[in-house]
Design a protein around this ligand. Structure first.
Ligand SMILES: [Zn+2]
Length: 157
């Protein structure tokens, strides 16, 4: 009886391994590992970059050069409310170009947040080439458009 039970369990397990559901579970587990890698190892790399003396120097220089003015909405802020943003996302660039001064511009926190949302959206849509080719004025237009929609007064009913 016990032997028969064992055979039954063994057969069931084999059936499960052959099923597409099982294979899907394994595939999901692999994807989970990739996601974990993206969240940990890649972030560690980002942290290293943004802590580097080289980056801090170029960031401060860019913000001073832009006269503490958001290059998108044109408002003035204190340095701690401004970001030197990579026009073409840093992660899309080889490491040498990540410190390219020409690819930086000063953005306020608000405009930067809108740009980040748009970057996530483009990435989800697979528009990586577009992300690599957008100029500062392309971005400015898109970001202001998005902010104006948010700020638009409610239409009369
Ligand atoms: Zn701004």
């Amino acid at each position: 009886m016990r032997q028969a039970e064992y055979q039954h369990v063994k057969a069931e397990r084999q059936k499960m391994k052959n099923s597409s559901l099982y294979n899907e579970l394994i595939a999901n587990r692999t994807r989970g590992k990739q996601r974990h890698y993206n969240l940990t190892r890649r972030d560690a790399e980002s942290i290293r970059f943004y802590r580097s003396g080289q980056w801090k120097q170029i960031r401060d220089y860019r913000i001073a050069y832009d006269q503490y003015t958001c290059q998108c909405c044109g408002n003035n802020y204190q340095a701690n409310r401004l970001t030197a943003d990579h026009v073409v996302m840093r992660k899309l660039l080889p490491s040498k170009q990540q410190l390219d001064w020409h690819n930086l511009w000063t953005l306020c926190n608000r405009c930067n947040a809108v740009k980040q949302q748009l970057e996530i959206k483009f990435q989800k849509e697979g528009k990586v080439n577009q992300l690599k080719n957008m100029s500062k004025s392309d971005w400015k237009k898109l970001i202001l458009e998005k902010e104006n929609i948010k700020n638009a007064p409610a239409p009369f009913v």
